[in-house]
Design a protein around this ligand. Structure first.
Ligand SMILES: Cc1cc2nc3c(=O)[nH]c(=O)nc-3n(C[C@H](O)[C@H](O)[C@H](O)COP(=O)(O)O)c2cc1C
Length: 376
């Protein structure tokens, strides 16, 4: 029997040809001011056979910029740049959401031109990559309620821009230690106002952003990404087992397109609680070795286990990065390209980006090779 990964399914108004989702991956191929470049259209169109592509973290305003050359979605140049990408993906038969990410304290004045803002003035305990190399993080400015209000409005405006740019929807990034996750976690949120303190206080900003974005473009076009217990970017949640049951219960009735769980472990009670609380589509990103190496099947087996445990769609990151035709390779049980070291580096150019072979291009190279000595 064919794996359920290859079953067609639905996501809101979209028909997906399979249950495999390309996870959002920052690749730093935009201009310094966040405009997507033509090479990005090639990269994403190469991967259009994914059931759904979630395009990389894009900032909804200038202060939210994390690293150099990340994508943005707050002005017309960004919209036009992204439209080239969505047009190319649609022409290749694909479907795309865009991830909206504000970095919060994961940012640097040398990257964004602004002092980062965050729930509390607690610096990232790590260096940050800048055009001049790694720099010590600076202390972020604690957000006022006006900052919270205007940032929420910027997320909503960014979502409208994403729809203008041809995306089918957006994913709100409340994972991996960026701004919304900083609000969720006790270690980074020491606020004493309505946006801090109790779990109800700490989830409030994520809830309000999701509601504002859902109001702007319709809940069926909005996903939410969370990473329970993932300590990325110096995050210390404190009470993981209270935060996520409450967050998922609070948002259960909004009618979102999906909830996307990073490093999902089907054996963890928290995963089962989240599944129980969430009435809609659940995308699970399996827990694979990090930083690697990946299993030979790229995460297929773990994906199938998560489908059995109640997930609806499976997202894979690095396997899609290295295999433009990942769906076909997994279906055939064909060997996968390995992620090349430079493919994980957040640098410009096609090296490790658009130059990973498909099965067809690899096969035609094999056929051509014997001819080349004669040509020499
Ligand atoms: C190069 C790279 C860039 C990433 N950028 C993002 C990002 O922009 N947003 C995000 O939520 N996760 C990001 N991630 C995490 C992936 O979405 C995914 O959760 C992670 O790679 C684990 O999945 P995998 O084991 O299938 O690679 C990134 C991962 C990689 C390897």
């Amino acid at each position: 029997m064919e794996s359920r990964l290859f079953e067609p399914t639905r996501l809101g108004a979209l028909r997906l040809p399979n249950r495999l989702v390309m996870a959002p991956m920052t690749r730093n191929r935009a201009t310094a001011d966040g405009v997507p470049q033509p090479i990005m259209a090639t990269y994403y169109a190469q991967r259009a056979s994914a059931g759904l592509i979630i395009a990389e973290a894009s900032t909804p305003n200038a202060v939210g910029q994390t690293y150099p050359n990340i994508t943005a979605i707050y002005n017309q140049a960004h919209v036009l740049g992204w439209r080239r990408v969505t047009d190319a993906v649609r022409a290749s038969g694909g479907r795309m959401f865009l991830q909206l990410q504000h970095g919060g304290r994961v940012g640097h004045p040398d990257n964004s031109g602004h002092t980062p803002i965050a729930p509390s003035s607690i610096p990232l305990p790590e260096t940050i990559h800048t055009p001049a190399g790694p720099r010590d993080a600076v202390a972020p400015r604690e957000m006022t309620t006006d900052d919270i209000r205007s940032t929420t409005a910027d997320f909503a405006a960014a979502a409208r821009n994403a729809i203008d740019a041809g995306f089918a929807g957006v994913e709100v990034h409340s994972a991996n230690g960026y701004l919304l996750h900083q609000f969720l976690a006790r270690g980074t949120n020491r606020r004493t106002d309505a946006y801090g303190g109790s779990v109800a206080g700490r989830i409030r900003f994520t809830v309000e952003v999701v509601q504002a974005v859902a109001e702007a473009i319709g809940p069926e076009r909005v996903g939410l990404r969370i990473s329970p217990a993932v300590g990325a970017n110096g995050i210390d949640e404190g009470d993981t087992d209270s935060i996520y049951p409450e967050l998922t219960k609070t948002l259960a009735d909004v009618g979102l397109a999906y909830l996307h769980v990073v490093f999902a472990d089907p054996d963890k009670p928290l995963f089962q609680t989240i599944r129980k609380n969430w009435p809609g589509t659940l995308i699970a990103n399996p827990m694979l070795p990090w930083p690697g190496p990946l299993p030979a099947d790229g995460g297929k087996h773990q994906g199938e286990q998560l489908l059995d445990a109640g997930a609806d769609l499976i997202s894979l990151g690095r396997s899609f990065l290295a295999n433009p035709d990942l769906v076909e390779r997994l279906r055939l049980g064909a060997p996968l390209n390995e992620v090349r070291a430079e493919g994980l580096m957040y640098t410009g150019g096609e090296n490790g980006y658009t130059d990973y072979p498909t099965l067809t291009s690899a096969a035609s190279n094999e056929v051509l090779e014997p001819a080349s000595p004669i040509a020499n």
